[in-house]
Design a protein around this ligand. Sequence first.
Ligand code: BMA
Length: 860
Amino acid sequence: MKTLTHSIFLAFTLLSLMACSHTNNSPSSVTINIDKGWQFSESDKNEWLDAEVPGCIHTDLLNHDLIKDPFYRLNEHDLQWIDKKDWVYQTTFNIDKYTFNKERISLNFAGLDTYADVYLNNELILKADNMFRGWTVDCKKYIKEGDNKLRIYFHSPIKVGLDIYDNYPYVVQSSANDLAKIGQVPGEKWVSPHVRKAPYQFGWDWGPRLVTSGIWEPITLKAWNTARLDNIHTNQLDISETVALLNSVFEIEAQTSENAELSIFVNNEELSTKKVQLQEGLHTYKVDFEIENPKRWWSNGLGDAHLYKVKGQLKTKAGIETFEHTLGLRTIELVREDDETGRSFYFKLNGQPVFMKGANYIPNDVFLDRVSPEKYEHIIKSAADCHFNMLRVWGGGIYEKEIFYALCDKYGILVWQDFMFACNMYPGHPEFLESVKHEAEYNVRRLRNHPSIALWCGNNEILAAWFGWGWKEDNEKKQPDGAKAMWQAYKDIFLDVLPKAVQAHDPIKQYWASSPQAEDTIRTNKIDGDEHDWRIWFQDVPFITYHDGAARFVSEYGFQSFPELKTVKKYTIPEDYDINSEVMKSHQRSFIGNGAIKRYMDNYYRNPKDFESFLYVGLLLQAEGIRTGIEGHRINMPTTMGSLYWQLNDVWPVASWSSIDYFGNWKALQYFTRKAFAPIIAVPDTKTDDLLVYSVSDNFEDKTGHLELTILDFEGKELWSNTNNITVKANTSNIIFKKSLQKLLKGINTSNAVLSTKLFIDNQLTYSTTSYFKEAKDLSLPQPQVSSSVKKVDKGYEITVSTDKLAKNLYLSYNEAEGWYSDNYFDLLPGQSKTIVFETKEIIEDFNSKLLIRTLDDTY
Ligand code: BMA
């Protein structure tokens, strides 16, 4: 007995000593993920079923077979009742004595979608109203030791939206993207501008109308003593060859004034430690440190995207708290300088002007919980494999999840980050502005440490819509007070609240209020800001107009296609195989979609003989069009310094501007981007009086080599050839060949002629391409004999194809297996052969006989 008392006394003394000293290395807080045991029910039914958290109501209903696949045929239209209902989610979680006894306990909600009343043990602890921000709620006084009940009541976003709409003094202008009609919203009212929730879920011209509710990001409980490390922001003060000077700003909430030790570890090595006296409440503390022989973070194609792992540590008598983030050492700047063409708009990375190559990115699914880490990696890696160095996270989607930015950091993809405002005017009452302020601060603070973040942009196309789409005039006529209020709200949000959030929390980055925009003016001006070039597609002008030049940075341009048959099969039955069938039309959301595709197709291609041929020709049409765009922008370097086409990916299977379909299949365009965005390219222009060949280089040094041009007929006979020595100038475009086309083509039947361009640097073939002197519809394409052989390899199958005559846009497909072709839709010159890898996990018996090979001449 005596010994026991003695040991208890000893243990107690030891514990107290540990608590007082600064050598306590155990964690000072407890974090619990509240992701288990969740159930959901319609609010007035009390019928509880298991739920996934994070998740959303649509996927929960789907998991229980209570609804049909929303993407299949016309099912979307029958599921509009879901967003008119209220839904309740609940779970019970256990708190042990140790956790319960901590001085502070908070619940963190990283994402609630959207109007959510949160009850802890039947006490209302939070009323959330913005999907885009996190919430932290102190809840020590409501927590019990043992079981605790968390219940979240989600109000229908449509019912709440309607209530706001009906009581608002004016109608907030939205665009036709809000598919209120499909949504069966009474009066087809546009509620979306009022609801701080992913705009694209209300419908878009490439998306379904499926408005979710639910817990879309994790919920965690944190219990702590003494002090909590909330956040760290690392600033890069100066980077030289030998040393990088940095500081990390620790944000710490302390219970009382305390002694503490702050340390910075880089790649697990302690680089700096500082003793501080913490102040009671939330305060910031700076720790300076240096990294010797720093390695820079470069964007894709220019060097290594080198990342360091930074760990900040707070040590108090209660123990240690850490916060980690990746660090990329680089400077990034948007350069806006007057020049002879107008005003520059380009990014300087580590002091070097860099042409931005990439696309606009939208969410990967309408149901966000379905996007697996593998899907994220596939999309970002596809971009990197095709030499992209920038993605624009477009303002009608979401501020992406952490994994997206981590992958962009890793693959060297810079991010043009829009705030989530697109193609709507917005309300401007104080509560709305306050909500936007929290949303902006939350996301800037969440994302600012990522080296990939290059620019913060206020919104998508609102400025252009107000002044260019007639919104201003319409509203001034119909509701003058409303017009005034909407413009005031524009100024409050995009010229005040958002830039202030950037200035306060990420001052080193630039803010651009709207895309597109020309500085200080209210309309886009080709020689000033960024431009959305929709003359192609919306105004029926030919693809070659992309070569016009003068734009400084093209942040949007695009052309649609339907996906390949394999994807179409997943949402249709054979009787739907007509682009004018009800099902296909429902998976075509652009009001001019089918007509525009048809008109352009008629200009460039012969009429496809059947549905399958139509899909294939449509994919080529899009690929050729956007290839012309990319090349057009790049040959206008350095006046033009960016080319981001619309759009990389899809949220469901649909006809759209994407280059990768919903299921991750590369469309023809994605293959074409890999060529057109290559670091060094040669661009033959056969559509002017001269045959012009440009070289374009992203390289920081001049290169020398030679250019080999050959004109062949489709049977392989050489009709003309020329080789000349060239210099590919560094980081710009220049003409490396020029000759009158009339002279050159004398005696050549251009319906039966292909130009092969090969660029050699130091005798290494660096780039090759084929071009024609007539549109595809005017070519006398032969019927080539394409033979193939297949070999099983580790990754899947190696396919070797060869042809006797020109095989134009050779396309390999096999609809029954999932996989990825290393190349597709390419021209194979007479007598050539090529080996492609089909990466697949599936074993396909007798693959060679099942493989479908199609060339353009098969389509008519
Ligand atoms: C751009 C985008 C989207 C739209 C696309 C195609 O304007 O910003 O709003 O989906 O065009 O119309």
